[in-house]
Design a protein around this ligand. Structure first.
Ligand code: SF4
Length: 328
């Protein structure tokens, strides 16, 4: 991986035995936010260009041309890909060998400070407000905001910060499937979510559909969101049964005649479908569905214990370890 962050590690003090310093983590979180806000990942750009070239209908083709023009302009001008910043959030992969100077409180302080700074510097819309009074501090920072999810990776000495600015108030759904529902029940739940929101353009398609199957109720919803946000387009689950379901659901989503922004189209509705599973109750299968809009925004920066930083094309949130089986 190359260091494309402008050499954060070179302008800040290298780590000197005490763990990764807060200043370096703040700059890395800031850079992850900047990338998320302004620069679509390459896999997403390729998918949109391909859809634009394939689309036969005039209206969705115009939409796709605008989407492609817009992501070029956003990157060139360093301005937000969409005026709606969604709700900025962080996923952090922590190496088991990683030390942070000041500990995790220091990391969380760095993330909150970076979030406030990027909101001001890029004039991001401040969406985060009090849910009752609507009081808005103006910096996308508040109670439980930005939310940070963690996972641990063995034999690693870095901290990987992935900023996601997910918009799309619509397109999520939850079902509690019973055993008899089987695969037809899963298909129907995805189809219902598309019919309810996608055909009206409410999800700002083309979307990435994330499906979470199993686990607990809340877990199914979380892994569905992670599946939509944290896997690159074209990625397939290592379990062949799950991968086959991903292919099937993608084909279904793209055979409905719904195109970009819900117009009748030929190039498809979804850039991909990602399914994550968790072992679940023997009689019930909770199922979450998320649809990630055309502003498919994520930025990933990894900070190593020796002070090096690197931007990465995709997060390593899902790994053999995070999907492990059995008793260790
Ligand atoms: S759903 Fe996505 S593309 Fe549509 S307005 Fe919100 S952030 Fe922008």
């Amino acid at each position: 991986m190359t260091d494309t962050t402008g050499g954060l590690g070179s302008v800040l003090s290298p780590v000197a035995g005490g763990g990764i310093p807060e200043t370096l983590l703040e700059e890395a979180a800031y850079e992850a936010h900047r990338l998320a806000a302004t620069t679509l990942p390459d896999d997403v750009k390729r998918a949109f260009v391909g859809m634009r070239d394939r689309e036969q209908e005039e209206l969705p083709k115009r939409v796709l041309e605008a989407i492609v023009d817009n992501f070029h302009a956003a990157e060139d001008d360093q301005r937000p890909v969409c005026a709606d910043v969604g709700v900025p959030r962080i996923y952090a992969v922590i190496g088991n060998e990683t030390a942070i100077a000041g500990g995790f409180v220091s990391f969380e302080r760095a993330v909150r400070r970076a979030t406030g700074r990027i909101t001001s510097d890029l004039a991001l819309r401040s969406n985060r407000c009090h849910p009752i009074t609507r009081r808005n501090p103006g910096n996308n920072v508040g109670v439980f905001a930005p939310n940070i999810e963690y996972r641990v990776e063995p034999d690693a000495d870095y901290i990987e910060i992935c900023a996601v600015h997910k918009g799309g108030a619509f397109g999520t759904d939850f079902r509690m499937l019973v055993d008899g529902d089987g695969l037809p029940g899963i298909r129907k739940a995805v189809l219902d979510a598309i019919a309810e929101f996608g055909r009206r353009g409410l999800t700002c398609p083309p979307v990435v559909i994330g499906v979470g199957l199993g686990g607990t109720k809340d877990q199914s919803f979380s892994i569905a969101k992670q599946a939509a946000q944290l896997r690159p387009i074209g990625d397939r689950h290592p379990d062949p049964d799950v991968a086959a379901l991903e292919d099937e659901l993608l084909e279904m989503a793209n055979s409905l005649g719904i195109g970009a922004m819900g117009y009748v189209g030929t190039a498809g509705y979804a850039t991909d479908v990602h399914v994550e599973i968790a072992y679940t109750h023997s009689a019930l299968t909770p199922m979450g569905v998320h649809q990630l809009c055309q502003a498919t925004r994520r930025g990933v920066v990894r900070v190593h214990m020796d002070g090096r930083t690197e931007t990465r094309p995709t997060p390593s949130w899902f790994s053999d370890y995070s999907r492990r089986m059995g008793v260790e």
